[in-house]
Design a binder for this molecule. Structure first.
Ligand SMILES: Nc1ncnc2c1ncn2[C@@H]1O[C@H](COP(=O)(O)OP(=O)(O)OP(=O)(O)O)[C@@H](O)[C@H]1O
Ligand SMILES: [Mg+2]
Length: 317
């Protein structure tokens, strides 16, 4: 649905995007995550045609977005990171204004606006002034506006920032529903755990390029692999355990930590079960065997700390 290749953008001496590649499959809920200043908004502004890249290509629904900006406009809806000011405009008027901008008018426009306001739970606010809405409601209105022409792709730039936890959760549920209805969604955030609960795919951007991407389950697997296996051995068989561990090629490092052996182990759950079987088979009395649970946020801190290697392959001294 969206394919970006080799996107570069420079502001003066500052390279904001340095060869960004990204691919989003139809029907995906893609989380675009990176720290402040990583280049998320710059990339999104290029995707939505508000900014020209120095190099690279953008394809949306098979259309070359840089060559055919007018044609591609019908294919996506955009929720920017900042809500513009609309003094003296009521919610319904605001929606009808955008409907007409997309060439809808009369009864068709009216029905579409009412339908979207109802879907976004804003029907009771149709006659309220836009500026009187809470932040959460404004974001839902922005989403309603972005959906006016029923686009295939939705692009949202940090839509949940500044929302309270409940509003945040409701907004995420709404995105999931839209995805279930067949929309492809690109949503940015600087909080990885925020996206982890709803996204099917993740791309991590840092300093203008993607440093980690894949399906949510692949990412979780990688995160999981970066956490050590903690093994407890009863009955003084530690030496035997160490011999088994050292001879296993999936074991990267072994560190004795108090009463436990901490093992960096690059394998799936099935490999873990296999390792446990080998230990028991060698006569080691294993009394504890589990993965330490690292939280997503600390992993994110590590990978965006220009230390990608460290996450997957840490050798402790
Ligand atoms: N118009 C501009 N002129 C100069 N520098 C810019 C401009 N727009 C963005 N930048 C710089 O490019 C870098 C990337 O900015 P961008 O807004 O894309 O980051 P971001 O990932 O969206 O960050 P945030 O999480 O803070 O929204 C920043 O260092 C920013 O200062
Ligand atoms: Mg931004």
């Amino acid at each position: 649905m969206l394919k970006i290749e080799g996107l570069k953008k420079r502001f003066g001496n500052f390279q904001a995007l340095s060869g960004l590649d990204m691919e989003i499959e139809e029907g995906a809920l893609y989380g675009f995550v990176g720290p402040n200043g990583a280049g998320k908004t710059t990339a999104i502004r290029i995707i939505t045609g508000l900014l020209k890249p120095d190099e690279g290509t953008v394809e949306i629904a098979g259309i070359d977005a840089l060559r055919e900006p007018r044609r591609v406009r019908d294919e996506f809806g955009y929720v920017p990171d900042e809500f513009g000011m609309y003094d003296n405009l009521k919610v319904r008027e605001y929606m009808e204004f955008f409907a007409s901008a997309y060439g809808l008018d009369g009864l068709v426009a009216r029905n579409r606006c009412e339908e979207l306001l109802a879907q976004m739970k804003l029907e009771e606010w149709a006659d309220a002034f836009v500026d009187s809405l809470s932040r959460g409601m404004k974001q839902r209105l922005c989403l309603a506006r972005a959906l006016i022409h029923d686009p295939k792709l939705l692009v949202l730039d940090e839509p949940t920032s500044g929302m309270d936890p409940r509003t945040r959760l409701e907004f995420k549920e709404m995105l999931k529903e839209l995805c279930a209805e067949g929309k492809t969604i690109l949503v940015s955030s600087h909080i990885l755990s925020e996206l982890a609960q709803m996204c099917t795919d993740i791309g991590v951007i840092d300093a203008g390029r993607i440093i980690l991407s894949g399906s949510m389950s692949e990412i979780l697997q990688k995160v999981n692999e970066s956490n050590p296996l903690l093994i407890r051995v009863a009955g003084g068989k530690r030496e035997q355990a160490l011999n088994v561990l050292k001879s296993d090629e999936r074991v990267r490092t072994v560190v004795i930590r108090g009463g436990e052996i901490a093992v960096r182990f690059g394998g799936t759950e099935r490999d873990e079960a296999d390792l446990l079987r080998k230990l028991v088979g060698a006569g080691v009395a294993v009394s504890g065997f589990f993965r330490e649970q690292g939280d997503l946020e600390s992993i994110f801190m590590q990978i965006t700390n220009h230390d990608t290697e460290k996450v997957v392959l840490r050798s402790e001294e």
